[in-house]
Design a protein around this ligand. Sequence first.
Ligand code: NAP
Length: 253
Amino acid sequence: MHDLTGKTAAITGASRGIGAAAAVAMAKAGASVVLAARSVGQIEALAEEIRGAGGHAVAVECDVSAFNDVQRAVDTCIETFGKLDIFIANAGVIDPINRLEDSDPTAWARSVEINLFGAYNSLRAAIPAMKAQGDGTFINISSGAAHGPMEGWSHYCAAKAASAMLLRNAHLEHGEGGIRFIGFRPGTVATDMQVAIKSSGVNPVSKLEVSDHYKPEWPAQAIVWMCTADADEFLGQELFMGDEDLQRRAGLA
Ligand code: NAP
């Protein structure tokens, strides 16, 4: 078990899926966590569950496409727990799945607002706090879609590719200042996002079965490991859940 005792973390998209599993894993590892998402009922219930298990957690309503919401999540972490050690930029959406010719321009832009501007807002809010402290870890949840086109996912592929580059830029500008930036491709994970992908019937990912996917606890544990100094050799890079060396180092293999 990797130890995050005394660390504080803000996690976006913590209401379900990978973000919720990461919040639980980080709390179990000893971190105090801020759960940020739009579904207030779900993050409050999860925060209560973590506190009931002896951990420290608060919920903050947050739409990552709104900078002030992300700033509030960072401020809440500092006001409640004293500092911001870790930020997990995990919030993301796959909808609307459509070929370009059928895509709705407003819905396409909304997806980019969440998947790309959400990553920018997260970096923009977290970097000044971490810079003031002199350290911190920022993990961006990327995707295989950042590195290759997928039918019906043009909004998602374009936004994830741009957010992967954004992370590299952050590492270039602030990596020397003590902030650890890591990208992470979680592979395919059994979450609501894969349910939406399957029901679309578009592209090969929709043909996968639930048993083909990682359980959310796997990327969650890998994320906890990335927050430790053992992952320092990978700063500025994007790691992949399918990498057996990563699985071994994270204690999963
Ligand atoms: P999920 O189960 O659909 O959960 C998505 C999370 O993002 C929810 O907590 C949702 O919370 C949050 N979210 C969506 N829009 C938001 C917004 N505007 N502001 C704040 N939070 C928002 O998806 P998941 O599979 O866990 O995905 C998590 C991350 O992993 C995403 O970045 C996704 O692209 C990436 N990923 C997933 C897979 C996979 O196979 N599942 C593969 C590669 C990458 P609310 O709706 O409550 O706001």
